[in-house]
Write a protein that binds this ligand. Structure first.
Ligand code: ATP
Length: 306
């Protein structure tokens, strides 16, 4: 297994405040990696350190085989990564194309290479309709497409995205998200992102949850769901007293809200046998799968550092 990112005992102090408290993790090359945490958990601080924009206090970071802060390595790291931050770095007065080409030139790409890379990013991000427009006149979603294109013009091995879909309307969010996923799948690029949208984290290969500068959970979305979320069944009885008796007889943990009973399940399949026995007095039911939202809320409520 090849790792695109390796972080060991990373710490970051802001004066007296320890914002990142000795975290360690690895990101497999070509994977989609989601870095989660509530506001102030230390996500942006970590991402800025990995992107060479912020000095770490201690620990070791290796990006694409280059060790951060070692002689002339930070320049190599910068050449091998692309970064999209919440705040755009494009010039409002230049067109989208000018912005991207200008960026490509700073990497010293040949004319032919630059033209080829531009074609690549333009196709992926559907720039045809906006490439001659001044960046400052674009909508939020169009700006995001241009931001990602700029980050990709030198064809980096890793793309860092800090909340790439925040503030976008649902349709644009879906487009941006699909593009990111497609890039990762088709070009084997490693994608490292922070997000507050749990449905995005749910399709990541690996997830880390940060809380107050510490890693409090990590694993695949499926693993995290089995650890921190559970399936539920919503039931409506046409005979309430029979329903209550049945719940008691089966020693089921439940809550009731306006005649809808929510029952915690050991597993999705557990629903089958339960439903069979409740059939005579059951009016309707729904099985609700545990989600990444449940995982996040559960961890935020009680997660202790691992
Ligand atoms: P968000 O989801 O809101 O972007 P985050 O997880 O990215 O949050 P960081 O921005 O990394 O969190 O902040 C981590 C902690 O470090 C917070 O307590 C924050 O107040 C503090 N912090 C961040 N930048 C600085 C700074 N320049 N000086 C002092 N403290 C800082």
């Amino acid at each position: 297994m090849t790792f695109a990112i390796q972080v060991e005992h990373l710490q970051k102090h802001y004066g007296e405040h320890l914002a990142v408290k000795g975290i360690s993790f690895k990101v497999e090359q070509g994977s989609l990696f989601a870095f989660l945490g509530a506001n102030g958990a230390g996500k942006s601080t970590t991402i800025e350190i990995l992107c060479t924009l912020l000095q770490k206090s201690s620990g070791t970071v290796t990006i694409n085989g280059y060790t951060l802060d070692e002689k002339s390595m930070n320049g190599e790291i910068r050449k091998s990564i692309g970064v999209v931050f919440q705040q755009s770095l494009l010039d409002e007065r230049l067109t989208v194309r000018e912005n991207i080409i200008h960026r490509g030139k700073t990497y010293g790409l040949s004319r032919a290479q630059l033209a080829e890379n531009y074609r690549f990013v333009s196709t992926y991000l559907h720039l045809e309709d906006i490439e001659q427009q001044k960046y400052g006149t674009l909508s939020g979603g169009q700006k995001r497409r241009a931001d990602i294109a700029r980050a990709l013009i030198h064809r980096p091995k890793i793309l860092f995205l800090d909340e790439p879909t925040t503030g976008l309307d649902p349709q644009t969010r879906q487009f941006v998200w699909q593009t990111i996923k497609q890039l990762q799948e088709e070009t084997n690029m490693t994608v490292f992102l922070t997000t507050h949208y749990m449905e995005e984290a749910a399709v990541a290969h690996q997830v880390i949850v940060l809380k107050q500068g510490r890693i409090v959970a990590e694993g695949t979305p499926d693993f995290l769901k089995t650890q921190y979320a559970y399936d539920q069944m919503a039931l409506v009885f046409h005979d309430r007293s029979m329903g209550l008796k049945w719940l008691k007889d089966n020693t089921l943990h439940f809550t009731e809200n306006q005649g809808i009973f929510s029952v915690r399940l050991d597993s999705t399949m557990h629903a089958l046998s339960l439903l069979k026995s409740a059939e005579p007095f059951l009016a309707s039911f729904e099985v609700i799968k545990g989600s990444m939202d449940d995982v996040f809320l559960h961890i935020m409520a009680q997660g202790d550092a691992i």
